[in-house]
Design a protein around this ligand. Structure first.
Ligand code: S3P
Length: 171
């Protein structure tokens, strides 16, 4: 399979959806946010899926969605922050796309996602602590990306342009 997709990975709040949408529009590519596909498919919000099926149930649906989306025409794919926890997901994404890790500091992430009720992993918890813990657990997985893009202090346009430039040079 050729590297046809642009895949964005990173922690909650790193800007995958906003940057992905902007990038897709500027490159005139289709865009898929896998969290949105999951919500549509299950006809439930993410917190409801976690409540009903647990994180394990959510991960199962997420993997099915990933396996499916990689088969579609070239697009920008914004993934959920935990996509890297399932080796199979990374395998599918790596085989079919170029993976960009949107790397942000925990301070920057925590500031952006304060008071977020749509992220079950942050429910009743200090966002800074949860993000710090997730970063320790996942950092080496995110860093398996083809390219690391530091996002602190950069605009959506700047980030999107550097991804577009890299993709045009490598694909
Ligand atoms: C998760 C991140 C969320 C969503 C779910 C689990 C995670 O996506 O998939 O709440 O495990 O980090 P975003 O990264 O888009 O917030």
């Amino acid at each position: 399979m050729s590297k046809k997709h642009i895949v964005l990975v990173g922690l909650m709040g790193s800007g995958k959806s906003v940057i992905g949408r902007y990038l897709a529009r500027s490159l005139q590519l289709a865009f898929t946010d896998t969290d949105e596909v999951i919500v549509d498919r299950e006809a439930m919000s993410i917190p409801e899926i976690f409540e009903k099926a647990g994180e394990e149930g959510f991960r199962k649906v997420e993997s099915e969605v990933i396996a499916n989306v990689v088969l579609s025409k070239p697009r920008v794919i914004a993934t959920g922050g935990g996509v890297v926890t399932q080796p199979k997901n990374l395998e599918y994404l790596r085989d079919s796309g170029r993976i960009y890790y949107l790397k942000a500091s925990v301070n920057c992430l925590a500031e952006r996602i304060q008071q977020d009720h749509n992220r079950p992993l942050l429910k009743n918890a200090d966002p800074y602590e949860v993000l710090q813990k997730l970063l320790v657990e996942r950092s080496s997985l995110y860093e398996e990306a083809d390219k690391i893009i530091k996002v602190d202090g950069k605009t959506v346009e700047e980030i999107s342009n550097s991804i577009a430039q890299d993709f045009s040079q490598t694909s």
